[in-house]
Design a protein around this ligand. Sequence first.
Ligand code: UFG
Length: 331
Amino acid sequence: MRVLVTGGAGYIGSHIVRLLEKTGENVIVYDNLVTGHQAAVKNSTFVNGDIFDSELLAATIKKYDITSVIHFAAYSLVGVSMVKPQEYYHNNVVGTLNLLDVMLANGVKQLVFSSTAAVYGEPENSPITEDMPQNPTNVYGRTKLIMENAMADYSRSYGLKYIALRYFNACGADDAGDIGEDHSPETHLIPLVLKACMGKTPGLKIFGDDYPTHDGTCVRDYIHVNDLAQAHLLALKALASGHESAVYNLGNGNGFSVKEIIEAAEAVTGLTAPKEMALRRAGDPAALVASSVKIRQDLGWQPEYTDINKLIATAWRWHQDNPNGFGDKSC
Ligand code: UFG
């Protein structure tokens, strides 16, 4: 396979790139470095490009004779999407449609797409299975659901074969400790707790303790980024051997509340995170926990990092070794 990875310099993208290279695939990283990091691209061929640049995209696909695409180049923050919807619709919908146009015009019909648990909104039952209603409560989830629907239509009409992976809460870092999560600004819970433990942020705000969950704080299903990576590799291989288009959840199947994550992080680090209660964050569903039975059965996916403490420990190692992240953007 010759794989174009859009957003391959980002957090999840860089971990998938590493796995693909380890397994001997040819990988081209295509990233505009707006949120990605040049330093996260280690040995791969790198194209500094934007998904709106149709000419450069087409030239890259032709030059490297690309057979499949993994598309990470999108915005992914629930909170920001609620205050900047235009940016999210533009990048995640218009940008992805542009990528699809260029792919189809150049005969590339295999796509692994980063989708999200946010497509479900407030689920009726838990754990969530792929056939449950999709009623996103935030703009980010809506942009991803729009693209899932568009891909289904393109699949029927133009022969696109895609696998959409609905990630629950990606976290952790590669055991090598040289790539990890570095967003600017950081909004995700686990890195923020670890930064608070390190004294790098004034304090952690717990967004709401009046949710209908066991301790009142939001419950999420945390999945290690390398387990996500394995799923992408399986999806790519499945498409290459003729698998039909499909949608899969990716989570561990265990829910942890915000308070439980803070306790686990404090246990892993041996430090205390200064914290305070705050109002709910707009767009947050109370609880999102995955059933990943479908991808386990269809593609044989098996997560390795199922212990929340071990999972947080990999993130902790990255933060300790790289207190300023990749050092190229202000944290
Ligand atoms: N939270 C806090 N304080 C913070 C940051 C987060 O209390 O400072 C809470 C949030 O309100 C939420 C939980 O911690 O309840 C997790 O928040 P994150 O921002 O870490 O992650 P999200 O659940 O909002 O979103 C993540 C990805 C999305 C994906 C979603 C799927 O960013 O792309 O998981 O569950 F859609």
